[in-house]
Design a binder for this molecule. Sequence first.
Ligand SMILES: NC(=O)C1=CN([C@@H]2O[C@H](COP(=O)(O)OP(=O)(O)OC[C@H]3O[C@@H](n4cnc5c(N)ncnc54)[C@H](OP(=O)(O)O)[C@@H]3O)[C@@H](O)[C@H]2O)C=CC1
Ligand SMILES: O=C(O)C1=N[C@H](C(=O)O)C[C@H](O)C1
Length: 275
Amino acid sequence: MNPIKIMINGLPGNVASIIAGHAMADPRVSLLPHSLTGPEIDADQHTISGTAIELIKPADREKRIDDLAAVHGRFISVDFTHPSAVTDNAAFYCSRGLPFVMGTTGGDRKKLAETVAESKTCAVIAPNMAKQIVGFQAMMAHAAETFPGLFKGYTLSVRESHQAGKADTSGTAKAMVSYFNRMGVDFSTEAIAMERDPTVQRDRWNIPEAYLSGHGWHTYRLTSPDKTVVFEFQHNVNGRDIYAEGTLDAVCYLQGKLESGQQGRVFSMIDVLEA
Ligand SMILES: NC(=O)C1=CN([C@@H]2O[C@H](COP(=O)(O)OP(=O)(O)OC[C@H]3O[C@@H](n4cnc5c(N)ncnc54)[C@H](OP(=O)(O)O)[C@@H]3O)[C@@H](O)[C@H]2O)C=CC1
Ligand SMILES: O=C(O)C1=N[C@H](C(=O)O)C[C@H](O)C1
């Protein structure tokens, strides 16, 4: 089988760089040496594992994407860019009929799904590509579906810590809150407590020094009305390698859906995991 052509957008960003490194070593995919980049990036190229990747600035993207489509035919875009770019990037992919995997968090998630649904293309959209975390989400979805109101009356606290440069509240935490809501817990995503201070992360959270610049720690704590019972769920990720395998699985899943003629469909990482 021919490897699936992919373009990873968001280079030279942290996650895009890690995923690109993994993609180069994965025989299922073939990485195109081009990446949509951000408005603040001056460089014309970025090197990953000895390969120079062209960085395409927002002002040049329409022409360059048309050129790339003419040369390469269909390819899948993988987006790890910036929360402020999500809505516009999705509209751009859809306007060009480009299938995509959206790992970037933030933006208007409802509009994002609607944009794909109204288009002729398909996307996998998920705030977390780590398969074990997606598995935990699937368990939460099952509990919410099977036992609505299970934690009615309980008080929820959610705290998350990420590297100082993270622009938004954890998209994963927001997704988890929706499951707790469906289990009867009254909680707004605005009440999620974010930690972005490296000194606090090291001294109070005990996050290893080496991962202050790249981690995603989450704790969800449920307390019963009379405070005699506590449940705590935690997933603490150091580094970013865990996101690569799921992302590349999502690419393969999406390719299968495109080959079966699907259009205007949004898939989640739970769909990918179930497949
Ligand atoms: N789904 C998942 O499993 C995971 C999702 N993420 C999410 O991925 C996203 C990226 O994270 P991270 O790599 O740490 O962020 P970084 O800030 O390190 O990288 C983002 C990169 O995207 C660039 N960028 C900004 N706007 C655009 C645009 N319009 N088109 C293309 N590139 C653009 C930025 O350039 P500039 O400097 O010019 O802004 C920067 O180089 C975040 O939303 C994060 O939450 C992270 C980990 C896992
Ligand atoms: O920005 C990050 O780093 C991460 N972002 C995702 C999120 O916001 O949920 C996933 C993970 O927590 C890492």
